[in-house]
Design a protein around this ligand. Structure first.
Ligand code: ADP
Ligand code: MG
Length: 220
């Protein structure tokens, strides 16, 4: 079974003067163990697509199926439950709670998933190399450290699907290499990863590339 299927997604935005066609019939599927890069110019619909795939946004047409379960046109509560169980989400803006330090942010995510064990928190902090920053607040972190802390939070509950929106946009080369290694490690354990990226280095390491242009999937 596919981990994630999108069927003919449409999303329109209306502003005072214009109508923006952000997604115009996007279909895709993601299998367990696949690492797929989503590329396309700025404004092509990548973030909108990722939001619809995770149920953070509702498409105006089409539907999304996650591990056999329909996510689209369900109540907000149901979507949130499916999201918590199925997805690790790493967005462009930080997902860290500002009043919690790195360790507390990870613990909170684990509490939501009912898995808040000390050893697990330590392992996640070590995985992203933030042992020395475990007690730091988000405002005290560099861009790279923020991205790594976000990754630890996104992966805390061991989600079957990781969705990441340009996770390496603001990080240095070393951090990028480290993040790519994590994505590869996930692929080896059979987890699915979809990430929007501008990084050629990252796209090159993917099993498959999906290219968006003007809200449509185009041939790579
Ligand atoms: P990308 O992530 O590829 O840069 P986006 O998905 O952010 O592209 O945007 C796709 C298009 O939809 C752009 O034209 C953008 O301006 C528009 N858009 C995205 N979100 C909104 C919104 N909430 N309201 C109005 N327009 C939006
Ligand atoms: Mg974007």
């Amino acid at each position: 079974m596919s981990a994630l299927v999108a069927h003919e997604l449409y999303r329109f935005f209306h502003t005072a003067e214009e109508e923006i066609f952000a997604l115009r019939g996007v279909s895709l599927s993601l299998s367990p163990g696949e690492f797929v890069a989503l590329i396309g110019p700025s404004g092509s619909g990548k973030t909108t697509l990722l939001s619809c795939l995770t149920g953070l946004d509702e498409p105006d047409g089409g539907h999304v199926i996650v591990s056999g379960e329909r996510l689209t046109r369900r109540s907000e509560t149901t979507r949130a439950k499916i999201r918590a169980r199925q997805f690790g989400i790493l967005l462009q803006s930080s997902i860290l709670f500002a009043h919690l330090n790195v360790e507390q942010n990870i613990r909170f995510q684990l509490l939501l998933a009912g898995k808040a064990e000390r050893a697990r928190i330590d392992r996640l902090i070590e995985m992203v190399g933030l042992q020395h920053r475990a007690k730091a607040l988000p405002t005290e972190l560099s861009g790279g450290e923020t991205a790594r802390a976000g990754l630890a939070v996104a992966l805390a509950a061991d989600p079957p699907i990781l969705i990441a929106d340009e996770p390496t946009a603001e990080v240095d080369r070393d951090t990028e290499v480290r993040l790519i290694d994590h994505f590869e490690a996930r692929r080896r354990t059979g987890l699915a990863t979809l990430l929007a990226t501008h990084s050629a280095a990252l796209a090159q390491r993917a099993d498959r590339i999906i290219r968006l242009h003007d809200g449509r999937v185009v041939d790579v």
